[in-house]
Design a protein around this ligand. Structure first.
Ligand code: FE2
Length: 378
C-alpha cells in the first residue's frame, strides 16, 4: 500500500542505513511461469541444476514448483495447475517473471515487525512450515508492483529446500558455467514512483542509497532513465530501481512497463569469477546476448586501461567493461528470456569496481533501442 507515511522521507540521511534487522543473503528468487517443467530445461543451458520439486506427487495440489541451483544462486520456477489462483491470474497479466525475492534473515519476526511498522504492507504474517526436515519460518511484505519480498529463517532445517519440496535425483546432464551468486536485482517502476520506492527501501527496510544516476547521465538520442541503487549495510543486497524519464521516443523502461503490465523485476545480475569462460560457454550453447556496435571496442582500451583479461576475448564475446575509483568490472546482458520483452539477465565480474557499469549505459541502451525498433516498440 502506498501511504503518506512511507512516502515521507525518513529523518536519517538517505545514504545511511539503519540496522533494523539482519539479512544474511538472498535465499532464493521465485519466478511464476507458464510451464515450469519446460523452463527447467532452459535454465540448464545457463548451468542450473534442478535439485528439488513440489507438486501433485508431494501433496501440493495447487502448483508445480522446481528449485534450480548454481553456486549460491537458487531459483524457483512455479506454475499453477489450474486457472483459479493468484498464481494463474498473475501469469495471465504479467507473463513469466519474478514474483518473490526471498531474503534469508536471522529473525523473521523482527524483519516482519520492523518493516510493517515502518509502512511496508504485510502479505503473509510470520508462520512455520514443517516437515520431517524441521521447520522453516517465513513472512512476506509487498514490494513494487505485485512483487513480494519474503523473509526466510531456516535455522537447522535439513530438508531439500522448503517443506512440501522433495530432493530430486542428481542431474548429471547439467554443466555449470561458473555463475556463483546474485549481485543485484533491478526493479522498474512507473514514472514518478522512483522516490516512493527509494524511501520505501530506506525507511521500511533500513537500506541506504548507494548511488544515483540521473537522466542527464543515462540517456540516448531517444530516451532517458533515472536509476537509484538501494542496499543494506553489508552491501550484499543491492536493489537498483529504474524510472523512465522524458525522451523523444518510448524508453526501454516504458516498453517493460507496458509488456509486464506494471512494475517488476527488470534484470537479475549474476556474479562470475571468470566472465570469459562463463560467457564463452554460454555463447557456445547458443544463448543470445545483446551486442554493442564494434566501434565500442576501438575506444575501450583507452577508456579502461590495463586489465587482466585480453581485449581480444572481450571484443570477441561482446563483453562490456567499465572502470571506477576502486577497479573495473566486466558485464554482459542477455536478450529478454521470455517472449514478452520484459526480464533479462546480466552476467558480471567485479575486479574491485562496486558500480553498475554506468560508462556502458549509453552504448548498451542504443543497442537495446535497435532491438526495440525491430519489435516495433520504439
Ligand atoms: Fe545490472
Amino acid at each position: 500500500m502506498i501511504t503518506d507515511q512511507v512516502a515521507r522521507t525518513e529523518d536519517r540521511p538517505i545514504d545511511q542505513e539503519a540496522d533494523l534487522f539482519k539479512i544474511k543473503a538472498i535465499d532464493h528468487i521465485e519466478f511464476w511461469v507458464g510451464n515450469a517443467r519446460q523452463a527447467v530445461y532452459y535454465w540448464k543451458y545457463w548451468g542450473f541444476k534442478p535439485i528439488a520439486y513440489s507438486g501433485l506427487e508431494t501433496g501440493n495440489r495447487q502448483y508445480a514448483s522446481y528449485v534450480i541451483e548454481q553456486g549460491k544462486i537458487r531459483f524457483v520456477l512455479s506454475t499453477p495447475y489450474g486457472p483459479h489462483s493468484e498464481m494463474a491470474a498473475h501469469h495471465l497479466l504479467h507473463g513469466d517473471g519474478v514474483k518473490v525475492i526471498a531474503m534469508e534473515v536471522e529473525d523473521v519476526e523482527s524483519a516482519y515487525r520492523e518493516t510493517t511498522a515502518r509502512g511496508a504492507k504485510g502479505v503473509q504474517p510470520p508462520g512455520d512450515l514443517q516437515d520431517a526436515g524441521g521447520a522453516v519460518r517465513m513472512a512476506a511484505i509487498q514490494g513494487y508492483g505485485q512483487t513480494v519480498f519474503r523473509f526466510v529463517q531456516r535455522t537447522g532445517y535439513s530438508g531439500a529446500f522448503l517443506p512440501t519440496y522433495r530432493a530430486l535425483p542428481e542431474d548429471t546432464t547439467v554443466k555449470p558455467v561458473g555463475l556463483a551468486a546474485v549481485d543485484h536485482i533491478v526493479g522498474n517502476v512507473e514514472l514518478g514512483k522512483m522516490d516512493h520506492w527509494v524511501n520505501w527501501f530506506h525507511k521500511a527496510m533500513g537500506f541506504r542509497q548507494i548511488v544515483h544516476y540521473d537522466d542527464k547521465v543515462i540517456h540516448t538520442e531517444y530516451s532517458a532513465l533515472m536509476s537509484k541503487v538501494m542496499g543494506n549495510g553489508n552491501g550484499r543486497i543491492k536493489f537498483p530501481i529504474n524510472e523512465p524519464a522524458e525522451g523523444r521516443k518510448r524508453s526501454q523502461i516504458e516498453e517493460f512497463l507496458d509488456y509486464y503490465v506494471g512494475p517488476g523485476v527488470q534484470h537479475v545480475a549474476l556474479i562470475t569469477g571468470d566472465i570469459i569462460k562463463t560467457v564463452g560457454e554460454l555463447k557456445e550453447r547458443g544463448l543470445p546476448f545483446l551486442r554493442v556496435p564494434q566501434a565500442y571496442y576501438e575506444s575501450l582500451p583507452a577508456r579502461i586501461g590495463t586489465i587482466r583479461e585480453r581485449y581480444d576475448d572481450i571484443a570477441r564475446l561482446g563483453i562490456l567493461a567499465d572502470r571506477d575509483d576502486e577497479g573495473y568490472l566486466l558485464q554482459i546482458f542477455s536478450r529478454p528470456i521470455q517472449d514478452r520483452p520484459t526480464m533479462f539477465l546480466e552476467v558480471i565480474q567485479r575486479r574491485g569496481a562496486q558500480g553498475f557499469g554506468v560508462g556502458n549505459f549509453k552504448a548498451l541502451f542504443e543497442s537495446i533501442e535497435i532491438e526495440q525498433g525491430k519489435r516495433g516498440n520504439l
